[in-house]
Design a protein around this ligand. Structure first.
Ligand SMILES: *Cc1c(COP(=O)(O)O)cnc(C)c1O
Length: 387
């Protein structure tokens, strides 16, 4: 027994040994020369991972929710109009955060759970509301629905809205080209496809966003998230100079440094393609097992995770069986269907063997739950796709 299970949830994910080793190094001062160098390289590397050469990166201790909070706090002034392209749980969260800072929020909702609003629906909302900003959840982790960020971002730009992308379950896995696609701000957290233990909020803000920030008239209504404090810190680290506002998460920064080097060594194009291939292999197994996915259309399916309905006669009791077969997957999250489906994350350092092991564990769970299927058919379908 290895006494350790495969963690296949949509974050935190499996981390590589070199990333975990970096976490265990003796902690230095946050103004030590070697740490300043690492922080500076992290900021430079983030631009490459986000494909945002014109972006200003911010890395701050916190989770993805702080990254969302930071975007809203620095961009919203009371009375500003905001459009939320709503695909589920995390889109609702973004709306609440925007409202907290006084935004007037309009939602464009998906027609049904598992769907995403159409480009036409978003366009007519942009036309009538003329929002200052719009938010798009790249991958809604509650439903495994991916939005068409490229087309939506182009629309946002067309109507003069700042385009904000919540990439917490997507960035560094799902294809995203921040500058090329006209995304004004993209954000994520360390524990998802960036492959670093939880604890870092990451934001990359483009020139239009920094311009909007610099022309605000009111004080930012959040002390910790205020770019007035953080921008000079990021500029200092990138200029390889010491500075301090709030203590950086030193060991997590080392881990992020190692992870970003690994991501860039793989290369973004190869990485996007690998995520797509592994996701397709997993989804081929799901179909072969006659299971239904939560996303209603193939073009809505995320590549970083899958949402799968339990078949008739099976319920969340299967999660324990899958766990006993050595793999941890996640239960439902979207309130409307919480008890009806489970979620499998396949992002970051995940391999084809991990996907096969996960499908095998799910087959074991299905079998123990009394589901009738041809044993091994899922494993074969995944393997065929991989080969
Ligand atoms: C996980 C997630 C978040 C929240 O991140 P935390 O690190 O849990 O605060 C926000 N948006 C999306 C799309 C996510 O997947």
């Amino acid at each position: 027994m290895k006494n350790r299970k495969l963690l296949m949830i949509p974050g935190p994910i499996e981390f590589t040994p070199d990333v975990l080793r970096a976490m265990g190094m003796p902690t230095t001062s946050h103004v030590a020369q070697n740490f300043i160098e690492v922080f500076g390289q992290v900021l430079e590397d983030l631009r490459k991972v986000f494909l945002a050469p014109s972006g200003q990166p911010f890395v701050v201790p916190g989770s993805g929710t702080l990254a969302m909070d930071m975007a809203a706090a620095n961009l919203v002034e009371p009375g500003d109009r905001a459009l939320v392209v709503n695909t589920g749980y995390f889109s609702d969260r973004f709306a609440k955060i925007l409202e907290r800072y006084g935004a007037a929020v309009t939602h464009v909702h998906a027609q049904a759970v598992g769907d995403a609003p159409s480009v036409n629906e978003v366009e007519s909302a942009l036309q009538s509301i003329k929002p200052k900003l719009m938010t798009i959840t790249h991958v809604d982790t509650s439903t495994a629905v991916a939005t068409n960020v490229k087309d939506l971002a182009a629309l946002g730009r067309k109507y003069g809205a700042l385009v904000i992308v919540d990439g917490v379950c997507a960035t560094a896995g799902e294809e995203m080209r921040q500058d090329e696609w006209g995304i004004d701000l993209a954000l994520t957290a360390s524990q998802k496809a960036l492959g670093v233990p939880p604890g870092l909020a990451v934001v990359v803000a483009g020139p239009r966003v920094m311009q909007a920030f610099s022309t605000r008239t009111k004080l930012v209504g959040n002390f910790y998230a205020d770019w007035t404090e953080w921008l000079p810190i990021m500029q200092a680290y990138e200029g390889r100079k010491p500075s301090y506002f709030a203590t950086p998460a030193v060991n997590l920064m080392w881990a992020l440094h190692v992870s970003l080097k690994g991501i860039l060594a793989e290369g973004m194009e190869v990485r996007f393609a690998r995520h797509k291939k592994l996701s397709d292999a997993f989804k081929a197994a799901v179909s072969a097992l006659n299971l239904k996915q939560v996303p209603t259309r193939p073009e809505n399916c995320a590549t970083t995770l899958s949402g799968v309905y339990y078949p008739q006669g099976v319920d969340k009791g299967i999660l324990k069986y899958i766990d006993e077969a050595g793999v941890i997957v996640a239960g439902g999250l979207h309130p409307a269907i919480r008890e009806q489906y489970f979620r499998v994350g396949h992002m970051g350092a995940v391999t084809g063997s991990d996907v096969i092991a996960t499908v095998a564990a799910i087959e074991s769970g299905l079998s123990r739950s009394g589901y009738i299927f041809e044993k091994g058919v899922g494993v074969v379908a995944a393997q065929r796709h991989l080969l």
